[in-house]
Design a protein around this ligand. Structure first.
Ligand code: HEC
Length: 712
């Protein structure tokens, strides 16, 4: 960064602020706040040294997990278990788009940098909530087709004088911290590829590290490092091998290729996307990446003769300067269940058997809590943190799971966890004061069944699974019984003993990310809209706030002028809202996306909650709904439509509920479904994925579901 440019930018912003033009509008004009921006010259370069010294300035939150070790622990102690009852809303900002928000805000020099849906970046005065600028990268809405899990983003990175965001259409964008103007922008993919970025970049030694998602659509995973100043690519590490007839990109890929057997996995992607978690140890100079699931999910659809399929579902340690492989630990060899190891990784030094060990901890989707030596990748311990039935334990001699015999679903198999995982992207937190890891855990089973009709369909959802097998029962009594297996938990996990110190049980899964603080507090949001504080050592609930919309993101804490704040992003959306179904729909969650900040004695009130919109009884078309047609329609619906329009054609409130579609929509069914009339709005053309007969069958299924459920 040239200091002259920095100064010039500061002056130009000061001028625009004084002259009044360029004064940004509030995100959606959610209140008459004065945008008293912290003076631009107060914003100083974010460097590796500054991030490493984060504990000397605990009022900031400079990188995704606050520190390179990603502990998500705030040393601030003004808000405590003694006074948290006085915590109140300091400010809120309504975001532009009402759907899933998963971002962890960053705070530097009094400014909050965060993201909303559609990869929009916001700079907000962290003391007042005044909007300083926003940047909308204008992601084409047609991109929805290639998103597994809503138009979400998990946040930005800061370095030097810039803010970095990865967009859903897979650009890495560097913005000027003061003006929000684009400094540079690079595509991280080749034209036409179906990747999407939802994860937050991490910046190590001047290199921006970014992965991507998209396994369901048939892609090959990698993480790329770009020069933070220029955007020039420094290195790329692939996580799964390409075509073995072509040269390997690295010795690591040559090693990995030996674990892929049979089939032409490179034509179906292979998977292994690095879509969320990373961590960095400056002393060991190792970057850790969490690698995702196989693509397609079913192993026999990609590596027909078995094999571990490295580096799927693995934690991989790399050199940040070169991207060189150092070690890996595979949590789920041969993954066929979407058991990603992309979940949050925490680095800590903890005492095990009388010795201080440098560990890496992860609670991936597969339900085991792993403690690894982060210098070598050696497994130190692993125990399941929720009820599971795919493995009976981890063999400590080999480090491999002891899998159940029928786990490869030659026959349909009721399996816990399912693809949503025992823990997903919602960040955990480690308090060095209590020595506990706080895990947003859940129990969500799935019936895995191989789809005998499966064929790879480029650009569409490819799992190789028969999804209708996991449909919620249509009979209300059976539905109730099956729902009783589902739950959520906040676990305070002791990594030394591999046991829960305390547990909060919740009826709903998909609890939000967690923050722990030196005030003996743990904060967590809920899909129901509650934002809660617990005592960190006992788990006693001490405070709650109704955010009026689902809260899933990781909360943060920061300090300005001696005042401690706790902030969190909220917004109904994410997978739970896409999966939908009766239980979720009955919550009647109103979409309202916002950032909320709390302080002791805060008195700001949210506007009264809106009622869910009235939905008139639709006029259903008089089409053929013969039972065989409906049965066929159900099969194809679950294969192709369920992931967006909801279980049993009951939407969770993000995408249209097809049971309520109007007469006009029914009349244009094939134009919408087969021809892609609404392609630009995110509803793709399915002509290449389903036949006209199948479109008719899905229509029959949707109408029969409307008849069965709306008349009740
Ligand atoms: C990737 C997510 C996604 C998938 C998968 C998907 N849709 Fe959609 N669909 C949408 C979105 C978003 C819209 C709303 C478009 C708009 O704004 O009009 C939509 C709209 C529709 C509509 C119009 C509804 C109305 O009342 O306006 C129909 C009908 C429809 N989809 C049918 C289907 C069928 C049938 C399938 C499976 C073959 C399917 N969709 C798969 C995202 C999806």
């Amino acid at each position: 960064m040239s200091s002259n440019r920095w100064l010039a930018a500061s002056i130009s912003v000061a001028v625009t602020l004084i002259s009044g033009c360029g004064q940004p509008e509030s995100a959606r004009d959610s209140g008459a706040r004065v945008n008293e921006a912290p003076p631009a010259e107060a914003r100083t370069a974010v460097t590796g040294a500054r991030i490493k010294a984060a504990d000397n300035k605990p009022g900031e939150w400079l990188t995704h997990g606050r520190t390179y070790d990603e502990q998500r622990f705030s040393p601030l102690e003004r808000i405590t278990d003694q006074n948290v009852a006085e915590l109140g809303l300091a400010w809120f900002v309504d975001l532009d788009f009402d759907r899933g928000v998963e971002a962890t805000p960053l705070i530097a020099d009094g400014v909050m940098y965060t993201t909303g849906s559609w990869s929009v970046v916001y700079a907000i005065d962290a003391a007042t909530g005044g909007l300083l600028w926003k940047h909308d990268p204008q992601v084409p809405r047609a991109k929805l087709q290639h998103l597994c899990c809503d138009a979400v983003n998990r946040g930005v990175a800061l370095w030097g004088d810039k803010v970095y965001v990865g967009t859903l259409d897979s650009y890495l964008v560097a913005l000027d911290r003061i003006t929000g103007k684009v400094a540079w922008k690079v595509s991280t993919i080749q034209p036409g590829e179906t990747y999407a970025i939802t994860g937050a970049p991490r910046i190590v030694k001047g290199k921006v590290l970014i992965g991507n998602g998209g396994s369901e659509f048939g892609v090959r995973g990698y993480v790329t490092a770009y020069d933070a100043d220029t955007g020039e690519q420094a290195w790329r590490f692939y996580t799964v091998p390409g075509n073995p007839a072509e040269p390997f990109e690295s010795p690591a890929m040559e090693m990995a290729a030996e674990t892929w057997k049979g089939g032409e996995w490179w034509t179906v992607g292979g998977g292994g996307t690095v879509w969320d978690s990373m961590a960095y140890d400056p002393e060991l100079d190792l970057v850790y990446i969490g690698v995702g699931n196989g693509a397609p999910w079913s192993r026999r659809a990609r590596s027909t003769e078995g094999g571990d399929n490295l580096f799927l579902s693995s934690i991989v340690a790399l050199r940040p300067d070169t991207g060189e492989y150092v070690w890996h630990y595979q949590t789920t060899p041969g993954d066929a269940w979407d058991y990603t190891a992309t979940q949050h990784m925490i680095l800590a030094d903890i005492e095990i058997d009388g010795a201080t060990r440098q560990v890496l901890m992860q609670a991936p989707k597969n339900g085991f809590f792993y403690v690894l030596d982060r210098a070598t990748g050696e497994l130190l311990s692993a125990e399941n943190f929720v009820q599971i039935n795919w493995a009976t334990g981890i063999d400590m001699a080999t480090g491999r799971p002891i899998m159940a015999d029928d786990i490869w679903y030659e026959e349909p198999r009721f399996t816990i966890p399912g693809p949503a995982g025992a823990h997903n992207w919602q960040p955990m937190s480690y308090s060095p004061l209590t020595g506990l890891v706080y895990i947003p855990a859940q129990q969500l089973p799935h019936v895995y069944a191989y789809d005998d009709e499966y064929e790879f369909t480029p650009g569409f959802w490819n799992t190789g699974l028969e999804w209708a097998m996991s449909a919620a029962p249509e009979d209300p009594e059976e539905l109730k019984a099956s729902a009783s297996v589902v739950n959520g938990k906040l676990l305070a996990w002791d990594p030394r003993t591999q046991q829960a110190a305390w547990t909060v049980d919740r009826p709903l899964p998909w609890g939000g990310g967690v923050l722990s603080t030196a005030g003996n507090l743990v904060f967590q949001g809920m899909p129901t809209g509650e934002f809660l504080a617990y005592s960190a050592d006992t788990g006693e609930q001490l405070w709650s706030f109704d955010a009026q919309t689902g809260v899933f993101a990781g909360p943060v804490s920061y300090e300005i002028d001696g005042e401690q704040y706790v902030a969190v992003s909220a917004g109904w959306g994410s997978i739970i809202a896409l999966i939908g179904g009766e239980a979720i729909a009955s919550m009647d969650m109103v979409n309202r996306s916002r950032v909320l900040a709390f302080k002791l004695g805060g008195t700001t009130a949210l506007p009264p909650p809106e009622d869910p919109p009235e939905r008139p009884m639709p006029e259903l078309p008089d089409i053929d709904t013969a039972p065989e047609l409906v049965a066929r329609g159900k099969l194809v619906y679950y294969d192709r439509c369920n992931m967006c329009h909801g279980d049993g054609a009951v939407s969770g409130g993000v995408n249209p509920d097809l049971r309520y579609s109007t007469k006009a929509v029914h009349e244009r069914w094939d134009a919408i479904v087969l021809d892609g009339e609404r392609h630009a709005l995110g509803m793709a053309a399915y002509r290449d994925a389903i036949s006209a007969e199948d479109s008719r069958a899905i229509h029959a299924y949707v109408v029969s579901r409307a008849r069965a459920t709306l008349s009740r």
